[in-house]
Design a protein around this ligand. Structure first.
Ligand SMILES: [Zn+2]
Length: 201
């Protein structure tokens, strides 16, 4: 951001998606990261599996209607009750097997990410949203889930003109982006596009 006081901006993980929600590492209650970061997904599964108040507020509606359920037959909930530490990778392995607790956590993560990302659509009007990081790598269905939540949440032109994709460059994205930015300062556009095509595949 030109002229910003900060070296970073558009910290969309710190958009508040649930007032009075779970406390984020940044100190604010209800940030998207407090629900949908890798560590938060593990902690959320542990809290729900143990029947603790997970400070879901309106997010509870994303995962179930009526009273908060227990998760009978869920191996993941059994592990939470036994005091195991859970991480996002384990939650999404359980999700792939149809575990009821993991399915509930996934619904909350999708809802949280939709609230944050769709706020970004209104502000930035992008033609593509690329979602990356460890959570998306383990849950590649999430971009399509978020796209599916867009109608009715944000005006139609904003989402109809936007594609939702999973990042393809993983941890190399920042490095390659910096290298291509450097190249853009010295190369003609045609050469830069050829270099980008060769580098990004
Ligand atoms: Zn935060």
């Amino acid at each position: 951001m030109e002229g910003s006081w900060a070296a970073a901006a558009i910290e969309i993980g710190h958009v508040v998606v649930e007032p009075n929600g779970r406390t984020c590492a940044c100190g604010v209650d209800g940030c998207a990261e407090a629900y949908a970061s890798g560590p938060s997904i593990g902690r959320l599964a542990m809290a729900l599996g143990r029947g603790e108040d997970a400070r879901l507020g309106s997010l509870a509606r994303a995962a179930w209607t009526g009273a908060a359920p227990t998760f009978p037959g869920s191996p993941l909930a059994a592990r939470a009750l036994a005091g195991d530490l859970l991480n996002a990778r384990e939650v999404y392995q359980a999700y792939a097997a149809g575990d009821s607790l993991a399915v509930a956590v996934d619904a909350i993560a999708a809802e949280v990410l939709a609230r944050a990302v769709l706020t970004g659509l209104v502000v930035l009007a992008p033609d593509t949203v690329v979602l990356g990081g460890g959570v998306i790598a383990g849950a590649p269905h999430l971009p399509a889930r978020i796209a599916g939540l867009a109608p009715g949440r944000v005006y139609a032109d904003a989402w109809k003109h936007c594609a939702f994709e999973a990042a393809r460059l993983s941890h190399r994205a920042g490095l390659l982006g910096a290298a291509l930015y450097g190249a853009s300062l010295v190369l003609p556009r045609a050469d830069l596009l050829a270099l980008a095509a060769a580098t990004l595949g």
